[in-house]
Design a protein around this ligand. Structure first.
Ligand code: CDP
Length: 232
């Protein structure tokens, strides 16, 4: 009853997906990580030599789009949703730096975006969903009942990503990650198609100095206010 769409956009590595997942759990909603979809396309492109010295072979990628099937499935042990590319679990691989370094270029390809947006909209057709990304509140769900724009200082975002990656790979370097965070912000904000921007009716959340619990409490409050209004 009164289910809504929560659209969360914002800068790279500011914890959008962490908050979106926690919020979805709290509300009993579905969570969808739209960035994982662009990451899966990027992994496909890397594996199939569709990126040559940083340059995307656009036409070849577009021709192969029908062959790229992206899905999500819940890991029964952890309870977390994981990303699948053509039936293979790629959750771990899509988070590594080679994918992170190319994903914002792949995300500038109009045909790729068109396909991803269509799939994302179909996931939200029954509402009751929390989705995070860059264009969720502007392009995917411009009528979402709750729109949140998240940000945090670049150094804080890079430190969080560094701490996360360091647990799996001891060779990661803070400066490389900070550069990746800044480069992606620049590409995401300046691209011609669906640039990252703040929807006029979005609420801005700077979580530089907030704990996960504090930001969750804030988001649940925002959502409940709208859900209650929707119920009558
Ligand atoms: O979690 P993080 O902020 O590192 O990024 P992500 O959500 O995994 O998204 C990876 C990249 O995909 C972003 O830097 C964007 O370039 C692109 N993206 C996009 O263009 N549109 C979306 N809706 C989601 C992601």
């Amino acid at each position: 009853m009164g289910e809504i769409i929560v659209a969360i956009d914002g800068h790279s590595s500011c914890g959008k997906s962490t908050m979106a997942k926690m919020l979805a759990k709290e509300l009993g909603y579905l969570y969808l990580d739209s960035g994982a979809m662009y990451r899966a396309v990027t992994l496909y492109a890397l594996r199939n030599n569709l990126i040559d010295k940083g340059k995307i072979k656009c036409q070849e990628l577009i021709d192969q789009l029908p062959k790229i099937k992206i899905g999500f499935s819940k890991n029964q042990e952890t309870g977390k949703s994981e990303t699948y590319l053509n039936g293979e679990n790629v959750e771990n691989e899509i988070r590594q730096l080679p994918v992170s370094n190319s994903v914002s270029s792949i995300a500038t390809v109009a045909e790729v975006r068109k396909r991803m947006v269509k799939q994302q909209q179909s996931f939200g057709k029954d509402k009751g969903i929390v989705m995070d990304g860059r264009d969720i509140s502007t392009i995917v769900f411009p009528d979402a009942e709750l729109k949140i724009f998240m940000t945090a200082l670049p150094e804080i975002r890079a430190q969080r990503r560094f701490d996360e990656l360091k647990m799996k790979d001891s060779s990661v370097n803070f400066e490389d990650i900070l550069k990746n965070v800044k480069d992606r912000d620049k590409k995401d904000t300046n691209r011609k198609i669906s640039p990252l921007k703040i929807a006029p009716d979005a609420i801005i959340l700077d979580n530089s100095h907030l704990t996960r619990q504090e930001q969750l409490t804030w988001a649940v409050e925002q959502a409940n206010k709208i859900i209650e209004k929707n119920a009558c």
